[in-house]
Design a protein around this ligand. Structure first.
Ligand SMILES: NC(=O)c1ccc[n+]([C@@H]2O[C@H](COP(=O)([O-])OP(=O)(O)OC[C@H]3O[C@@H](n4cnc5c(N)ncnc54)[C@H](OP(=O)(O)O)[C@@H]3O)[C@@H](O)[C@H]2O)c1
Length: 325
């Protein structure tokens, strides 16, 4: 009989956490061997509550997909909340996991850990080689601290306690459960909303910010969940062969970037908007290219599966079901 570890998915109602849940359940992990708590039930910034939860539930594995997440505006307006809450959540969960015998934990970070001017595609060893993008520096510092927490617990307690905490850094994600807020969403959900509204209102055209030429990488969230479970499941000898004790995180991307105009055109096709798309070149473009180097992950046996057109179709269906007015 297969022994299923007891898995705690922190942030199971978020976009990534819910995709990890879908993946585990679809691959036969029994529901009763998954532990979850909503934010209302367990505030992960509360150390005493997190300790009590781990002591009571004693999970075998943890996916740390809970975080305070937001766009540029939120990061700029609430920098104290972004650094404090993320540091607290990581510190509380990672330390409580260790104190309660958890040997396997996966920490989710973000591509914003890399320097603003990192060479493209961004390799894992670009970490801490330059100045961060100021708008989300507090958030990025918290994420870097999360990686370093995992590495430090591995270095101090790996031999003695079998601690094996790993980190994955996803590129831009999209898919079911995304945030479609008009002012505070990422590129793909914002475009889905814009083109959907243009279609239903018979708008004469849609204008996108900037020249449309910056290149970005997008990964479907269920691919991210599959990659997370893949990395978590690798034998320790394999993981350590491809990582270093103080450079242990793994990029998760699809390996290809597209221009903003190409994404807009793909979203328009998905939504069924057939009018013209204009660019507003007076608006800023942002950095010309952002692409992860996912060679490490590919060498570890994982490749993205879901093509952009296919992922966009599911994302749009999710938008229509949950958000369209
Ligand atoms: N989305 C992306 O494009 C993207 C890209 C790269 C990396 N990531 C990373 O992936 C991870 C998950 O992101 P996501 O997009 O899934 O975010 P999300 O949809 O906002 O989900 C985050 C989850 O964490 C929970 N949470 C926040 N603060 C909490 C607290 N104090 N106590 C307990 N739960 C709390 C939230 O619950 P409430 O909503 O109830 O507060 C929510 O369920 C993050 O580490 C993020 O950096 C995401």
């Amino acid at each position: 009989m297969t022994h299923h570890p007891k898995i705690y998915v922190a942030g199971h109602r978020g976009m990534v956490g819910s995709a990890i849940m879908r993946h585990l359940l679809a691959n036969g992990h029994p529901t009763e061997r998954i532990v979850t708590r909503t934010h209302a039930e367990l505030d992960l910034t509360n150390q005493a509550a997190v300790s009590a939860f781990f002591a009571a539930e004693k999970p075998d594995q943890v996916y740390l997909a809970a975080a305070k997440v937001g766009g540029i505006h939120a990061n700029n307006t609430y920098p104290a909340e972004f650094i404090y809450q993320n540091l607290m959540m990581e510190t509380n969960v990672i330390d409580a996991a260790f104190r309660n015998g958890v040997q396997k934990l996966l920490f989710l970070g973000s591509s914003c850990i890399y320097p603003k001017l990192a060479e493209q595609p961004m390799r894992e060893d670009a970490l801490l080689t330059g100045t961060l993008e100021p708008s989300n520096e507090p958030y990025a510092i918290a994420k870097i601290a999360g990686i370093k927490l995992c590495e430090s617990y591995n270095r101090q307690y790996g031999q003695s306690h079998g601690v094996d905490y790993r980190s994955v850094m996803p590129t831009n994600l999209y898919g079911p459960g995304d945030n479609y807020h008009p002012e505070n969403s990422h590129v793909i959900p914002a475009l889905i909303r814009r083109f959907h509204e243009a279609k239903v209102n018979n708008a004469s055209s849609v204008t996108i910010w900037g020249t449309g030429t910056p290149r970005r990488e997008f990964l479907y969230v269920d691919d991210m969940a599959a990659a997370s479970v893949h990395v978590m499941s690798l034998p320790q000898s394999t993981y350590s062969r491809y990582t270093q004790p103080m450079l242990s995180h793994i990029n998760v991307g699809c390996g290809e970037d597209v221009t903003i105009l190409e994404v807009a055109q793909a979203v328009a096709r998905t939504v069924g908007y057939t009018g013209p798309i204009h660019t507003d070149t007076a608006k800023p473009d942002g950095t010309p290219r952002k692409l992860m180097d996912s060679t490490r992950l590919n060498a570890l046996g994982w490749q993205a599966q879901v093509r952009l057109e296919v992922g966009l179709k599911t994302a749009y269906e999710d938008f229509l079901t949950h958000y369209a007015t």
